[in-house]
Design a protein around this ligand. Structure first.
Ligand code: ATP
Ligand code: MG
Length: 427
């Protein structure tokens, strides 16, 4: 017997019942991004491995253990399936000198790949919406990005998302804090878990990010990054907070919010929900003024955020009223050989007028076809038999109201369907 083949572990099919929610999500995102003046950009799934090593940093979860990296056997290139979008977008901005034309507000949606242990809300192929503001240095842009994300939750009908905010300051400030942090952690070295002991050497700031409850007391007593920020960094942070206050967007300052990637500085933020268990972060971002130079470009400021689409879709499933399938205007029923051919003419004519038409396929009795029409959710059945085909006419039967069948010519059909579909609105 031939073995069946299944999808790769942690990589999922999105079936039509769920995909309709994805489409609604994507449409919302598209018009939301446009309303803030962000333009779409699309970059490749594969990038040179060196890009992510440089951009994300060696001592991060992603580069240490989550990348799908391989050597292309055909030409020896070292490639990686992108684990996030920012590095590729900044690479593209440098490669095409996008900032010559001035600052760029960009957005992206697409699949990302990380080889992690699959769980609810954690997959090996997942999707992100990514928003990046390139070439703009002020705290006003950080605030714009945060207000923008807050509006999206509204547009999607989501509530209960909490905003966590922190500032990572500048590299020099982080280094000063690092010395104090390492000294603190060394005093508790015996109580550190294995991960934290490793990070103490490779990336001490990331110890603050530990989800292990046993680490909580040590982390709570650790020196706070904010206490090491200088005038300029504090002024930037105040600038962000002032806008958030004006806009009445509530937030919590979270001293342990350091984000998983190396490229961040100054403002960092996350949106968190309690409704998704352990995988409660739906969106994270911040400023990354060093990234352009780090991957070989002319220095330029940048800020952005990424959200996890699967986690947002899960919240939408949780909190919105789902409509029953796709809206369809017309189900086209036909019987007989001539009718089967004429049905195409009728369907295309209706689509010319903008109606969504589901054309019956696979034969069956008139009665069984009418049952399908009813189950499809369509408002109207258009019916053709061989004698209608001969006369170039069609019969029309409203499915959601008590009303008889009407027979009209092909020329009059669209007008009649319009009348029936929009009768309520003109009353
Ligand atoms: P986590 O702490 O959950 O691992 P992260 O810090 O690695 O998150 P980011 O790199 O900030 O995540 O990615 C931004 C968002 O993308 C996350 O907040 C989350 O919503 C989503 N995301 C990240 N990794 C995954 C994954 N493996 N599966 C599904 N969504 C993910
Ligand atoms: Mg992660």
């Amino acid at each position: 017997m031939t073995q069946t083949i299944q999808s790769v572990r942690g990589m999922h099919d999105i079936l039509p019942d769920e995909a309709s929610l994805w489409e609604r999500f994507e449409e919302t995102v598209r018009s939301w991004a446009r309303s803030y003046g962000y333009r779409n950009i699309r970059t490749p799934l594969l990038e040179p491995t060196a890009l992510f090593r440089r951009a994300i940093g060696e001592a991060t979860d992603i580069v240490e253990k989550e990348m799908y990296s391989f050597v292309d056997e055909l030409n020896g290139e070292h490639l990686t399936l992108r684990p996030e979008a920012t590095a590729g977008i900044v690479r593209a901005a440098i490669e095409h000198s996008l900032l010559h034309a001035g600052p760029q507000r960009l957005w992206y949606i697409g699949p990302m790949f990380r080889h992690e242990r699959p769980a609810k809300g954690r997959y090996r192929q997942f999707h992100q919406v990514d928003v990046e503001a390139l070439g703009l240095a002020g705290p006003d842009v950080d605030a714009e990005l945060i207000l923008m994300s807050a509006r999206l939750w509204d547009d999607l009908g989501l509530d209960g998302l909490r905003l966590h905010l922190n500032s990572l300051g500048s590299l020099e400030e982080r280094l000063a804090h690092r010395d104090a942090l390492v000294a603190h952690l060394r005093r508790h070295e015996g109580d550190l878990d294995e991960d934290s002991r490793r990070r103490l050497v490779t990336n001490p700031l990331r110890v603050l990010d530990s989800k292990n409850p046993a680490m909580a007391p040590i982390i709570a007593a650790a020196p706070k990054l904010l206490d090491y920020l200088g005038q300029a960094s504090l002024a930037h942070f105040d600038g962000v907070q002032a806008v958030l206050k004006d806009a009445a967007v509530p937030y919590t300052i979270d001293h342990h919010l350091v984000r998983g990637l190396d490229y961040y500085n100054l403002t960092v933020f996350e949106w968190i929900t309690d409704r998704l268990g352990a995988q409660g972060t739906v969106c994270g971002g911040g400023r990354y003024d060093g990234l352009f130079a780090q991957i070989g470009g002319k220095p330029a400021p940048g800020a952005g955020f990424a959200m996890g689409v699967e986690r947002l879709i899960a919240l939408m499933q949780d909190s919105t009223v789902l409509d029953a399938g796709e809206p369809r205007d017309v189900y086209l029923v036909h019987q007989g050989e001539a009718a089967a051919r004429f049905a195409f003419t009728v369907a295309e004519r209706l689509r010319d007028h903008g109606f969504a038409v589901l054309q019956h396929s696979g034969g069956g009795s008139f009665k069984s076809q009418m049952k399908r029409a009813d189950a499809s959710g369509a408002q109207i059945a258009v019916i053709v038999g061989d004698d209608e085909a001969l006369a170039r006419e069609a019969s029309v039967k409203p499915l959601r109201e008590e009303r008889g069948q009407m027979r009209v010519s092909l020329e009059q059909l669209a007008a009649l369907v319009t009348d029936l579909l929009y009768a309520d609105e003109s009353e």
